[in-house]
Design a protein around this ligand. Structure first.
Ligand code: ZN
Length: 153
């Protein structure tokens, strides 16, 4: 069968950035299993997999807009150090969860000055062109329950 809406698909993949560095990979582990058409994976990759069959191999280049989004300057925020209640030292690279009007987001400290830290709420892969190498490991029909839940079991 070929990948279509409501297929449960298992893929092995390696993800690299444009510099060729491996960002993520299923190598040596279990394949990634997802429900096709349910937005479980980024749109640029999901669209490229339509119609593929088991053992097909493909290379997919996904632009940021079809991946983890473009880099958004508005998600950079300067926060007084006094706001880091109970944190001993605020250092560049430290990660926190911040509560926003849209729910909690993960932020990373990108700059620290005397009284302020600059937090970046962008996804770590925002603005990054994604280079996937994918091999289809398995395809099956989703169960009624999986379709109902919107994910693979
Ligand atoms: Zn479920």
């Amino acid at each position: 069968m070929n990948i279509a809406q409501d297929s449960v698909v298992s893929i092995h993949y390696t993800l690299k950035n444009p510099e060729g560095e491996v960002i993520d990979s299923s190598d040596g582990g279990d394949p990634l299993v997802y429900l096709h058409g349910a937005g479980n994976i980024i749109p640029g990759l999901e669209n490229a997999l339509i119609g593929k069959a088991v053992d097909d191999e493909l290379e997919v280049v996904v632009a940021p807009g079809e991946g983890y989004g473009d880099y958004n300057q508005e998600l950079l925020q300067k926060v007084p150090l006094s706001a880091f209640d109970g944190v001993d030292s605020v250092e560049v690279g430290a990660q926190f969860q911040a509560s926003t009007a849209n729910g909690p987001i993960n932020v990373v400290v990108v700059d620290v000055e005397d009284e302020h830290a600059t937090l970046d709420g962008n996804h770590p892969l925002a603005g990054v062109e994604l280079h996937f190498a994918v091999k289809i490991a398995a395809i099956r029909e989703a169960s009624a329950e999986e379709k109902d839940h919107g994910h693979a079991h």
